[in-house]
Write a protein that binds this ligand. Sequence first.
Ligand SMILES: *[C@@H]1O[C@H](CO)[C@@H](O)[C@H](O)[C@H]1NC(C)=O
Ligand SMILES: [Ca+2]
Length: 343
Amino acid sequence: MAAAAELSGRSPRAKGYWKVLWSPLALLLTFLLLQAGSADQTEEYLKREHSLSKPYQGVGSSTSSLWDLMGNVLVTTQYVRLTPDLQSKQGAVWNRVPCYLRDWELQVHFKVHGQGKKNLNGDGFAIWYAKDRMQPGSVFGSKHNFVGLGVFVDTYPNEEKQHERVFPYVSAMVSNGSLTYDHSRDGRPTELGGCTAILRNLNHDTFLVIRYVKRRLTVMVDIDGKHEWKDCLDVSGVRLPRGYYFGTSAATGDLSDNHDIISLKLYQLSVERTAAEEAMDKEVFVPSVDNLKLPGADPTSESMSGFAIFLIVFFSLLGLVFAGVILLIVYSKWQERSRKHFY
Ligand SMILES: *[C@@H]1O[C@H](CO)[C@@H](O)[C@H](O)[C@H]1NC(C)=O
Ligand SMILES: [Ca+2]
C-alpha cells in the first residue's frame, strides 16, 4: 500500500518536473527558430513621400509638392543645388511629410564640387532628421539649436590644430536642443563619431547612407566609385522620436562649393523584433543617446576625480593608522615611565 501510494505520488511529480523543464526549452527553441528566420531578413521599401529624385517635378513650386525649398537653393532637372560655388550662400530642401517609421535608411546621392583647391573650399552640407523644418541658421545653413539628428559633411577645417584629422570629415550629432554645434571646432565637442571622406571634385557618383535600426545609428559612405559601403560611424542606444522631418542644407562662407543633391531615397526597413525587444522599445519623445560620452566632455577629469577620492581616503586611513601606532607607542612609553616613577 505504502509503495503504491509512493509510486502514484511520484509519477505526477515527475510530469511536473518535465513541464517545468519543457517550457523554457520550448521557449528557447521557438526563440532560436525565430532568430534563424529573422536573421538579416530586412525588407526594404522605398517610401516615395520621403524621397527626392530626378527630375524633381514640382519640387518647391506646386502646393502638392512633398518638398519645400529655402534660401539660395536651385532646382534643375539634374540636381538640387543647395548652394552655388559663391561666397555666403545658404540653401535647404525639407520634406513636408513627417516620418513615422521606426526603422529606416536614407540614401543620399550627392556631389560637392568647386573651383577651390585643397582646403580652400567650404563649408559643407548637413542631412537632418529634425523636429523643426525650414529654419535658417548657422549649422550648415540650418537652425542652430536643432532637435534631432544631424549628419554633417564638413569640407573645411575651422579648428586650427587639425593634426590628426583630414577633411572633408563626416560626423553625426544628436541633440534635444540643449547642445550647441561649435562651428569653430567643426562640431568636435558634440560629435558621436565620424570619418574622413575625400569626396570633392570626383568624376564618379558619391553616396552616403544613414541607417537607423533598433536604435542603432550607422553612417556609411560610398565615395570610391566601387559601389561598396564603407563604415563611417556606428552608435547604439540612439533614441529618436517618430514624426520628425528629413531635410538637407548647406552653407558657404568666405570659401565656397557647389553642394548638389542628386537624390534622397528613404527606405522603410522591416525588422523583426522579439517580444523582449518590443517591450524595451518604448516610443520616445526627446532625442537622446544612451551612455553618452561626448569627446567635448573631458573623460580624464571624471576618472581623475574618482582616483583622487580614492587617494584621499587611502592616505587618510594610512594617517589614522600611523597616528594610532604613534599614540600607542607614546602611551606605552608614558606608562612605563610612570611605573618607574611610582616604584
Ligand atoms: C537634454 O540634453 C542635456 C545634455 O545632453 C541633458 O542634460 C538634459 O537633461 C536633456 N533634457 C531633456 C529634457 O532630456
Ligand atoms: Ca568646418
